[in-house]
Design a protein around this ligand. Structure first.
Ligand code: UD1
Length: 340
């Protein structure tokens, strides 16, 4: 029988792509989400892509009573993938308490319920933001953890710590934190993707909106960094590849007997591209022109970061399959479908 996997935040951008992969790889996902940053229609789109409508329950994870009621009904969950979180860096600086209470409380309630119902496996959605401005590139998992630049980044680090300490204290508990680099793109059907609210803060949605004419030009934040062309370097990976990394992590937790009780693994391509290279790659992949201007550096930006992917290859038997052209074409196809 298909193993049941709880996906918190499963109607969100990365969550919904992961639900599709779970279904396609023979698992039975069940989603909880408070729909604060996603819509119920995601279930229709997941069904259109996979032929399966995943189980869904609207749950506010910060409300312990709602969490307890959910777990009491679903006692056959084998593992959890925990995406649900507030995730806007700028907003987290303005409203730190909201971010700390939401992201920490939801994680603690989840772990308490997992303990109560003896669910022993969790994959946590973390970020390369924990490395800050790394001294060595590509950055591997032994690199020192830097003080977080934003409350959002700090909640990722704190949740990693909470999950680690909990895994050490509970005999049946095993955990993997996946440290994502920069996920972009969307499912090739262009039925699901990222839906930014207002002016996008991430590069690729801003870039596609500029190509569409919604924005007059892209501001490239800083051209005086110590990088080959002066603009920041990041490791962009296709969200479908990222989704597959979660299934590999679940498989490791459920199927590998001697898997350590907690681990943390970089999820990226291993290649860095500058902002200028991204603009040029987008133009050549789609034939769309992207007007841009150089603007001052954005506060808190890291100069360059890309992943050492050795650990993911060795432990998860996972590596990216899709290239930059796939990601940017998919992002453009999705942008063209979005009604702004
Ligand atoms: C951001 C978050 C990071 C989070 C990650 C994934 C910040 C400081 N960091 O990473 O914590 O884990 O998203 O959600 O927000 N850029 C422009 N013009 C734009 C937008 C971006 O030049 O209009 C540049 C940025 O300066 C950066 C690169 O594009 O060099 C990528 O930016 P972005 O997509 O926002 O991701 P990160 O900042 O890497």
């Amino acid at each position: 029988m298909a193993e049941k996997i709880l996906v918190t935040g499963g109607t969100g951008y990365i969550g919904s792509h992961t639900v599709i992969e779970l279904i396609q790889q023979g698992y039975k996902p069940i989603i909880i989400d408070n729909l604060s940053n996603s819509k119920l229609e995601r279930l229709d789109q997941i069904q259109a892509i996979t032929g399966v409508r995943p189980e869904f329950e609207k749950v506010e994870m910060c409300d312990k009573a709602q969490m307890e009621a959910f777990f009491a009904k679903h006692t056959d969950i084998k593992a959890v993938i925990h995406f649900a979180a507030l995730l806007q860096v700028g907003e987290s600086v303005e409203k730190p308490l909201l971010y700390y209470s939401n992201n920490l409380l939801s994680t603690i309630h989840l772990l308490e319920c997992m303990k109560q119902y003896q669910i022993g496996n969790i994959v946590f959605s973390s970020s390369c933001t924990v490395y800050g401005n790394p001294e060595h590139l590509p950055v591997n998992e032994d690199a020192p953890i830097k003080p977080a630049i934003s409350p959002y980044g700090n909640t990722k680090k704190m949740c990693e710590d909470i999950i680690r300490d909990f895994s050490m204290s509970e005999k049946q508990m095993k955990s993997i934190s996946l440290r994502y680099f920069n996920p972009i793109g969307n499912h090739p059907s262009a039925l699901i993707g990222e839906e930014p609210h207002g002016v996008p803060s991430h590069l690729v949605p801003y870039l596609t909106q500029t190509a569409k004419g919604i924005r007059s030009h892209l501001n490239i934040f800083g051209n005086d960094y110590s990088t080959p062309d002066g603009t920041c370097v990041r490791d962009y990976l296709h969200v479908v590849d990222l989704a597959k990394a979660h299934i590999a992590a679940i498989r490791r937790l459920l199927d590998v007997q001697d898997c350590p009780i907690w681990d943390y693994i970089n999820i990226g391509t291993g290649t860095g591209y500058s902002v200028l290279q991204m603009v040029k790659a987008f133009e050549s992949a789609t034939g769309q022109e992207v007007p841009f201007q150089f603007a001052p550096r954005r506060e808190g930006d890291v100069e360059a970061v890309y992943a050492d992917t050795t650990k993911a290859k060795n432990l998860l038997k996972w590596q990216t399959e899709l290239d930059l052209e796939d990601m940017l074409r998919a992002a453009w196809a999705w942008e063209q479908k979005l009604a702004h």
